[in-house]
Design a binder for this molecule. Structure first.
Ligand SMILES: Cc1cc2nc3c(=O)[nH]c(=O)nc-3n(C[C@H](O)[C@H](O)[C@H](O)COP(=O)(O)OP(=O)(O)OC[C@H]3O[C@@H](n4cnc5c(N)ncnc54)[C@H](O)[C@@H]3O)c2cc1C
Ligand SMILES: NC(=O)C1=CN([C@@H]2O[C@H](COP(=O)(O)OP(=O)(O)OC[C@H]3O[C@@H](n4cnc5c(N)ncnc54)[C@H](OP(=O)(O)O)[C@@H]3O)[C@@H](O)[C@H]2O)C=CC1
Ligand SMILES: Nc1ccccc1C(=O)C[C@H](N)C(=O)O
Length: 457
């Protein structure tokens, strides 16, 4: 454990509960503003412990996340170990491949190892003399009035009471800090589980450590009511995730034996099966996990407690934006700290007012992208629509940025992106009946319709 550095009188010791991706980044930002930070993490130090069970092996990192990492000086070192994914490759049952670029030439999302990223951030945290971090410390209860919390040392199995002055709850989707806020007056809370679960599987590296599928893409096997996806790793393997109903004819409940799993995969994902040597073992050894959206408000208790990251807004993973949104929380807080100094009330209030509508929009976008990925991407009309949208964007760059680019490659507030995207969809509903091929876009009648639509924007 690092000792506290001496601090300027106007700074104070801040408590960060949760040393995951967002908690570590938050601690670094708070320290940058001159504060001393004590960070508690329930798990052992992943740099010293063996492999720790985690929700996903790799994550898609995009522009909002990169900006936040740049602010603490680790973007370049993360980029060195990230795999660029330029677009989606869709695999049909017949083994045909179609491609959809994510953005303009040179724009990509990046597959990064969750554990690798977390390790890098913990290294920075530990090197920072203003931050003291304690592992194996589980928050069990927060007493908001007394400003204390019960923390269990999971190694010693001993509980103690710890005082705090200002507490940042970054303890994930099942936050213990949020649980305390839930018992306060006029606190709104909802959680919504999808009828789908997910299971992580592996496409093995090809001989020599190369990639058995195109490396620079996110692969999707869209099957209407369900899908499998694969993100590349540095070692030649891909981390696959099957998003699948819990119950029904094609569901986790229906696949009870290794023979049933193999038969189902051979029928539905025939080109992937030969690349998945551990399929049956992984299917039964790896957990089936659930998918939840958590919305709550306020994210504060006076100027004493603030929720950030998944603790404030857990979303389903289909846009690859949960971590990016949590990292963007840190960027926004950093700007507010710079603007409001030590006026914590102003910082907390403005933070939640700015971020809540954006978190809600991102939650909706994530569900929307599930339908797109599992179903619409298999429809040639949808792919044609996306090509036409990119032509409109090239012709009218100041009036049209595709929704995916607004979310992924811009820093526009999510709520604005979502509102723009819904308007764009209405325009496309009007244009697409006049368009049967890419070439149709140049027809004078179509050009006139597009011009009229742009005129109105
Ligand atoms: C399958 C899947 C795929 C995903 N893919 C992507 C992606 O591609 N891109 C993306 O941007 N996002 C993705 N996400 C979302 C991303 O994982 C989360 O948004 C992100 O991890 C949130 O970070 P966090 O620090 O808020 O929470 P967490 O990462 O959950 O960290 C919380 C930390 O708090 C600790 N903790 C929990 N409870 C306590 C307690 N009581 N006391 C002390 N410590 C505690 C936990 O051990 C953990 O270390 C995905 C999520 C899932 C489930
Ligand atoms: N939005 C989503 O659909 C989901 C997002 N996530 C996010 O993924 C990231 C990584 O997750 P990871 O650290 O691996 O999480 P874990 O699965 O390891 O969960 C951590 C702890 O949360 C509690 N927990 C897990 N599932 C549930 C549940 N359904 N209901 C109540 N409590 C539960 C358990 O606590 P205990 O052992 O005390 O019971 C568990 O040990 C986190 O950001 C998390 O917030 C995770 C799951 C779903
Ligand atoms: N990381 C993920 C995890 C689960 C599900 C999807 C993703 C994605 O990143 C999807 C990507 N943004 C896409 O739209 O193709």
């Amino acid at each position: 454990m690092a000792e506290f550095a001496s601090t300027a009188p106007e700074t104070e010791t801040l408590t960060v509960m949760g040393g995951g991706l967002v908690g570590s980044l938050l601690a670094l930002y708070l320290a940058q503003h001159g504060h001393s930070v004590e960070m508690f993490e329930r798990r052992p130090d992943i740099r010293r412990a063996g492999p720790v069970e985690a929700r996903s092996i790799n994550l898609a990192l995009s522009d909002r996340g990169w900006r936040a990492l740049e602010g603490v000086g680790i973007a370049e070192s993360v980029r060195d170990v990230a795999v660029a994914m330029h677009g989606r490759i869709m695999h049909s049952v017949q083994g045909q491949l179609t491609y959809q670029p994510y953005g303009q030439e040179g724009q990509s999302i990046y597959s990064v190892s969750r554990a690798g990223l977390n390790r890098r951030m913990l290294d920075l945290v530990e090197q920072n003399p203003r931050i003291r971090v304690a592992f194996n410390q589980q928050c069990q209860r927060v007493d908001l009035r007394q400003q204390t919390m019960d923390v269990l040392d999971t190694e010693l199995n001993q509980s103690r009471t710890v005082s705090f002055r200002r507490l940042f709850g970054v303890d994930g989707a099942y936050s213990a800090v949020r649980a305390a806020l839930q018992r306060t007056d006029r606190f709104n809370y909802s959680q919504h589980y999808l009828d789908y679960g997910y299971k992580e599987l592996t496409i093995a590296a090809a001989p020599g450590g190369s990639w058995a599928l195109e490396k620079h893409a996110l692969h999707i096997w869209p099957r209407g009511q369900y899908m499998m996806i694969a993100l590349p790793n540095l070692d030649g393997s891909f981390n696959c995730t099957l998003f699948f109903p819990f119950e029904g004819p094609a569901s986790f409940a229906a696949l009870q034996t290794p023979a049933q799993v193999r038969a189902f995969f051979e029928q539905e994902f025939p080109d992937a099966v030969p690349l998945m040597p551990e399929l049956e073992t992984e299917f039964f050894d790896n957990p089936t996990s659930s998918l939840v959206t958590v919305r709550c408000y306020p994210w504060t208790y006076h100027d004493d407690v603030l929720l950030l990251g998944d603790a404030a807004h857990a979303i389903v993973p289909f846009y690859g934006q949960g971590m990016n949104a949590g990292f963007e929380d840190c960027t926004v807080l950093h700007e507010l700290l710079a603007r409001h100094g030590h006026d914590w009330n102003a910082i907390f209030q403005e933070f939640q007012q700015v971020r809540k509508p954006n978190a809600d929009a991102m939650a909706d976008l994530a569900v929307y992208n599930f339908e797109e990925m599992r179903d619409r991407v298999a429809d040639p009309r949808f792919l044609l629509q996306k090509k036409i949208e990119s032509k409109i964007s090239a012709q009218y760059p100041s009036k049209w940025l595709p929704l995916y680019s607004q979310v992924t490659f811009s820093h526009l507030p999510y709520a604005e992106a979502w509102a723009n995207g819904q308007q764009q969809e209405q325009i496309m509903q009007r244009l697409m009946p006049h368009i049967q091929s890419e070439e149709d876009y140049q027809r004078p009648e179509v050009q006139a319709l597009v011009a009229a639509e742009m005129e109105r924007r």
